[in-house]
Design a protein around this ligand. Structure first.
Ligand code: IMP
Ligand code: MG
Length: 179
């Protein structure tokens, strides 16, 4: 069994690279079908989604554009856990078909706030795509249109997902080993 250690904690292989690749390919084909001639505008949420976005975009054949945003969850000096600000969106998305790309959707708090911040910029439509989705943690009503894989409530790392900044570079996805 493939394992890795990060910040003194042990993780074991959960989703191998090949499985990630086939999920990404399936999402790209679906997006191609849904967005033909719509010139979709992908917005990848940094940092976590950088690998997913890069791999997905290379599989999308429909004419499209991509940009990157970060979200800030800071209110003064303490973290609120709630996204309060959109950073880095320079492009005008008014009238555009926006597809937000996330690495993982957990409670959905980030997604709700992102939708609110982006709707104010009057896009023609907004949909959400994520490599990983935790359906048992998700508490919101907003549909997540493009889900690579559903996962349990465990803590995952690799392929963009970090544990305190580390492990984003791993090609496979690993789960925290509780033992
Ligand atoms: P949400 O706002 O609760 O949906 O949380 C989304 C954010 O929490 C993601 O963008 C990740 O940064 C982080 N997150 C949630 N679950 C995990 C995980 O299993 N591993 C790493 N980060 C996670
Ligand atoms: Mg993230």
């Amino acid at each position: 069994m493939k394992t890795t250690e990060v910040h003194g904690k042990r993780f074991r292989l959960a989703i191998p690279e090949e499985q990630i690749k086939s999920s990404v390919l399936r999402l790209a084909r679906k997006i191609d079908q849904d967005y033909a001639h719509k010139n979709p505008f992908f917005l990848a949420v940094l940092n976590g989604s950088f690998l997913f976005a890069a791999d997905l975009l290379r599989e999308v054949r429909t004419e499209c554009e991509i940009s990157f945003i970060r979200v800030s969850s800071y209110n003064g000096t303490s973290t609120t856990g709630v996204v309060s600000e959109l950073m880095g969106l320079k492009e005008d998305i008014e009238g555009r078909h926006v597809i937000v790309l996330e690495d993982i959707i957990d409670t959905g708090n980030t997604l709700v706030k992102l939708q609110e911040l982006l709707l104010a910029k009057k896009p023609a439509s907004i949909r959400f795509g994520t490599l990983l989705f935790k359906p048992r943690a998700y508490t919101k009503d907003i549909p997540v249109d493009y889900v690579g894989m559903e996962v349990g409530n465990e803590f995952l790392i690799g392929y963009g997902l970090d544990y305190d900044g580390k492990a984003r570079n791993l090609k496979d996805i690993y789960v925290l080993d509780e033992e």
